[in-house]
Write a protein that binds this ligand. Structure first.
Ligand SMILES: *Cc1c(COP(=O)(O)O)cnc(C)c1O
Length: 355
């Protein structure tokens, strides 16, 4: 497909790298593409970053037809910029699209669009400091100009980019987590495995409640029995129990994280036993009480890993690994960040340099 380019004649300046934070600043351009049933995907274009103009009846605003992805472009020491497993994001976006009746994007077209956009923005906007990156946010929304409830006809695909600071500017500090027993994030048969905005909207209340009580995030339980552990905040979760790694299996209500998948592959290669299975909150409670819960961490693109230092279960607070980051958590962090920033050899073939 042809790609049209409209240059931004009023380019911004890249902010100082230690002030970046997360998702505050955006680059000079954005990528767009439209879908209609008769034309398919068409009008692929890179245009100046600007507000979108949408009809007030736009489907996404009323019926929540919106999906997104999140990945990063990393600057290596030699100046090259690389992506981490971008094809996984593309495939997941298509799975999300299928669930929400949004149009899928052929993989080669999605990869072409992403790399053309990164080529355009990377030199100016990929920061250099340790731990920083250019965060890429592809998203798609139903864009019909009608209030009728039906599968979407017109969809719009956009990629925006934001230079972001290091997640761990002040070092990796383990977080406090509260087990949520009222609200649920998702149910089997619902949209839990799709990366859609609605899942986030439904999570906010519990997240806010946890924050008000002095916790960083909640540990989600399954929506049917409120018994099995699913995720932590907007991250997947892993535990080291009596030497083995245990992570909830993908039942349909859990988001299949690329960091989760990568952690499992790194751990297996390092010789750990990794069990993807149901893990009940009572089993976890037992492990907390008898001291066999050795480590716990969340994993996702933003943080890579986020160690859990304290867990509140049935109003009793338990400290994990003395409130410090554990050995396996640290090893995963070092291995994944090492591959992502090109500091160690990528034995898995996960990185894609964009030239
Ligand atoms: C995006 C996301 C994750 C993490 O996925 P990664 O591909 O590892 O970034 C985990 N849980 C939820 C709910 C998410 O939205």
């Amino acid at each position: 497909m042809e790609i049209k380019f409209v240059e931004n004649k009023n380019p911004k300046t890249m902010p100082a790298e230690d002030t970046l934070g997360f998702g505050k600043y955006f680059t000079d351009h954005m990528l767009m593409m439209d879908y209609t049933p008769d034309k398919g995907w068409h009008d692929l274009r890179i245009v100046p970053f600007e507000n979108l103009s949408i009809h007030p009846a736009c489907t996404a605003l009323h019926y929540g037809s919106e999906i997104f992805e999140g990945l990063k472009a990393y600057r290596r020491a030699d100046g090259e910029v690389q992506l981490f497993r971008p094809i996984e994001n593309i495939r997941r976006m298509n799975n999300s699209a299928e669930r929400l009746c949004l149009p899928e994007i052929p993989e080669d077209l999605a990869l072409f669009a992403l790399t053309e956009f990164v080529k355009c923005e990377k030199d100016k906007w990929t920061p250099h400091k340790k731990g920083t990156s250019l965060y890429l946010r592809p998203f798609m929304f139903g864009n019909d100009e009608s209030l009728g409830v039906h599968a979407v006809k017109h969809a719009t695909y956009v990629i925006i980019a934001s230079p972001v600071g290091s997640y761990y500017k002040e070092g990796i500090n383990p977080v406090k987590i509260m087990i949520e027993s009222d609200d649920v994030r998702a149910v089997r048969g619902g949209t839990g495995y799709a990366k859609c905005g609605g899942n986030y909207a439904a999570s906010n209340r519990a997240g806010k409640k946890a924050e008000d009580k002095g916790y960083s995030q909640v540990l989600w339980l399954d929506g049917v029995e409120r018994k099995y552990i699913e995720e932590v905040g907007a991250m997947n979760v892993m535990f080291k129990i009596a030497g083995k790694i245990v992570t909830p299996k993908l039942t349909g209500s859990i988001l299949p994280g690329i960091t989760r998948k990568s952690c499992i592959e790194v751990l297996k290669k390092a010789g750990y036993v990794v069990e993807e299975r149901l893990l009940s909150v009572d089993e976890l409670g037992e492990a907390l009480k008898n001291g066999t819960l050795e480590e716990a961490w969340g994993c996702g693109t933003a943080a890579v890993v986020s160690p859990i230092g304290e867990l509140c279960y049935k109003d009793v607070k338990y400290t994990i690994n003395g409130g410090k980051i554990g050995e396996v958590t640290q090893k995963l962090y070092d291995t994944l960040t090492g591959i992502q920033w090109g500091e160690i050899k990528d034995e898995f073939g996960w990185t894609v340099v964009v030239k």
